[in-house]
Design a protein around this ligand. Structure first.
Ligand code: DX5
Ligand code: ZN
Length: 221
């Protein structure tokens, strides 16, 4: 089953409540919330207080992507704010195991992400602890960038590793996902699609999500 996680980074920030309601009615499975600190990535977005305010507006799963240094310091705040899945970056934490442990201790699902330049094999040792792995298909920091096709082999080797280990976890892909690239990442083994600009630039979110699902379903066959 393919899950669609619209990236709020591409939403209208002056109307977040309406945007969330609209993607929920359009059939989104969860909401991708990009947290950036201006250090791990050269951009700044929102913190736990914004997540907390949004929490009262929807019951959609909050898929929180932390592009921040020292994530361990902030797990408690994001968990308390209402995150359901908390994904940290492998490159941002010295204490990956401890941070994942903390996410689970707070009753949340844990994800681990790799930037385009990081070989996926580097996170294989953590797979048994994870609920999700996130393969970045753009350099993290900004929406609207072009999909990096050379990341596809990372998705397929991760998928194979998961199958070989009889593990149960999601493979999320983030960056430049549209109707066409969705087909490619699903074909390679991903099952959670983040879509920002390709989705929000369309007037009809329902149609956009349906189209993503339809192409994904054909690729999964
Ligand atoms: C990039 C973010 C993405 C971004 C994706 O650093 O992690 O979630 O919003 O946006 P699009 O779909 O426009 O590439
Ligand atoms: Zn993201």
């Amino acid at each position: 089953m393919i899950k669609i996680s619209p990236s709020m980074l591409a939403a209208d920030f002056a109307n977040l409540e309406q945007e969330i309601t609209a993607v929920q009615l359009a059939g989104a499975d969860m909401l991708h919330i990009d947290v950036m600190d201006g250090h791990f990535v050269p951009n700044i977005t929102f913190g736990p207080d914004v997540v907390k305010s949004l929490r009262s507006k929807t019951d959609l799963l909050f898929d929180v992507h932390l592009m921040i240094k020292y994530p361990l310091q902030y797990i408690g705040a994001f968990a308390k704010a209402g995150a359901d899945i908390i994904t940290i970056h492998y490159e941002a934490a010295d204490d990956v195991r401890e941070t994942i442990g903390q996410i689970h201790a707070l009753g949340k699902k844990a994800g681990l992400s790799v930037k385009p330049g990081t070989p996926v094999e580097e996170i294989y040792g953590f797979l048994p602890m994870l609920d999700m792995a996130l393969i970045m298909t753009v350099e993290p920091g900004f929406g609207g960038q072009s999909f990096m096709r050379d990341m596809l082999p990372k998705i397929s080797s991760l998928k194979q590793k998961i199958l070989d280990g009889s593990l149960h976890m999601d493979i999320e892909v983030d960056g430049g996902i549209d109707r066409n690239t969705a087909k490619e990442v699903i074909g390679a083994g991903a099952n959670v699609l983040v879509s920002g600009s390709a989705l929000f630039k369309q007037k009809d979110y329902k149609k956009a999500i349906e189209e993503l699902r339809a192409t994904s379903a054909s690729a999964a066959l």
